[in-house]
Design a protein around this ligand. Structure first.
Ligand code: NDP
Ligand code: AOF
Ligand code: ZN
Length: 340
């Protein structure tokens, strides 16, 4: 029971870096001596210290470490990445016990971190709040196990089932939902739109309603129809453009050539190569429908404005699933789906 309380704190700490560590996972760690937390840390950014190291560094009296338990939401790493292995550091210090939330399915770790610690004679408990720890890193696990990003479909529709009025940019959802959507943008690695959305909406796809990082923008534009002075190309974030004409890097924009045949499979493969851990599919209807038909999605978020009837425009995608839960954002209803 107490193990669970400390693991909960690890998860809370890890969540402070939501969206900021890609392509690395979110990890939190606490160090407990005599039923008291004496150190805490989380992984804040790829290339910087891992959670365990930050927790160790935060302890004032280092003499207590060898008689302490270290809790970590993800198995300590066993490989030399941008930083040395945390499992070795744990052994070097000689902690009394190590409590792990979930093992790391990254092919370079995969149980090896736990083994290193056990072989040194340190007691290890793993699988504490395992489901919660796996949910925390659903993007990371999907990326490594399925070799593709975690895919979130998202759109807003009117009461009569349209994405816009008369095929022009239309604000369907309310201001509160807009904040929620921008928070999502700040937490996910990337956001993708089709050619027609880029042309008719002139979107920026940035985070502006809250403070947070901008996602990587992804545009499907096979024949490069979207003018270079459109906001999707501005310097606020990197942009990847999947097209049939060229491979090139032009400042913050990377053009990636893609075959039209088996388009979706090629796209997914290239997103994996670009190490994109998660992507919000923003629309439009044509693009969303491709993903729905292929069953290529992990979560979906549909925003409904029941007070708005537009009469004509782009029809919302057909989507015959049951939401896990719904939430009211003032006069809008937000439905949350999971493809499990
Ligand atoms: N309410 C909401 O939440 C949202 C509303 N919208 C609205 O939706 C409208 C646009 O939707 P829609 O017309 O469906 O267009 P899309 O934005 O989905 O763009 C469709 C075009 O993208 C290219 N494309 C996308 N996927 C593929 C693929 N798998 N293979 C080849 N080409 C692909 C094609 O361009 P081409 O044929 O030129 O090669 C295709 O015609 C806009 O008016 C916008 O306002 C958009 C997003 C969200
Ligand atoms: N109209 C509509 C959405 N539209 C989506 O947001 C994009 C605009 O992003 P930006 O230019 O950054 O504000 C637009 O191109 C489309 O993908 N989203 C919603 O949550 N609710 C809405 O009512
Ligand atoms: Zn590590």
């Amino acid at each position: 029971m107490t193990d669970q309380i400390y693991m909960k704190r690890c998860i809370e700490l890890a969540r402070k870096a939501l969206g900021k560590t890609y392509p690395n996972p979110f990890v939190g760690s606490v160090i407990v001596y005599n039923d008291t937390i004496i150190g805490e840390g989380f992984h804040a950014k790829a290339g910087e210290n891992h959670a365990e190291i930050n927790a160790i560094n935060s302890v004032v009296n280092k003499d207590l470490l060898k008689d302490s338990t270290i809790y970590v939401s993800l198995e300590p790493c066993s490989h030399f990445g941008k930083t040395p292995p945390c499992a070795n550091k744990i052994v070097e210090i000689g902690f009394k016990k190590v409590v792990i939330g979930t093992l790391d399915s990254h092919k370079k770790v995969n149980g090896r971190g736990k083994e290193i610690v056990e072989e040194a004679g340190i007691e290890v408990i793993s699988g504490v709040l395992e489901n919660e720890c796996r949910e925390l890193n659903k993007r990371f696990f999907t990326f490594h196990q399925k070799k593709r990003p975690f895919i979130i479909l998202k759109w807003a529709q009117s009461n009569d089932g349209f994405l816009d009025k008369d095929f022009k940019r239309t604000q369907i959802s309310n201001g509160l939902v807009k904040q929620f959507v921008h928070k999502m943008r700040s937490e996910e690695h990337a956001i993708l739109v089709g050619t027609q959305t880029a042309l008719s909406d002139h979107p920026s796809l940035t985070t502006r309603e809250i403070s947070g990082r901008n996602p990587v923008r992804i545009l499907i534009d096979l024949r490069l129809k979207v003018p270079r002075d459109f906001k999707i190309y501005n310097d606020k974030a990197p942009t990847l453009v999947f097209n049939a004409e060229k491979n090139s890097i032009e400042e913050n924009v990377k053009f990636i050539k893609i075959e039209k045949e088996n388009f979706l499979q090629n796209l997914i493969q290239k997103l994996y190569e670009e190490q994109i851990q998660s992507v919000i599919i923003e629309g439009g209807s044509f693009t969303l429908t491709q993903f729905i038909k292929a069953g290529l999605w992990d979560e979906a978020i549909i925003i409904k404005n029941e007070d708005l009837n537009v009469g004509s425009g782009t029809k919302a995608p057909e989507f015959n699933f049951k939401p896990n839960r719904t939430e009211n954002f003032r006069d809008n209803i937000v439905e949350f789906y999971s493809n499990k």
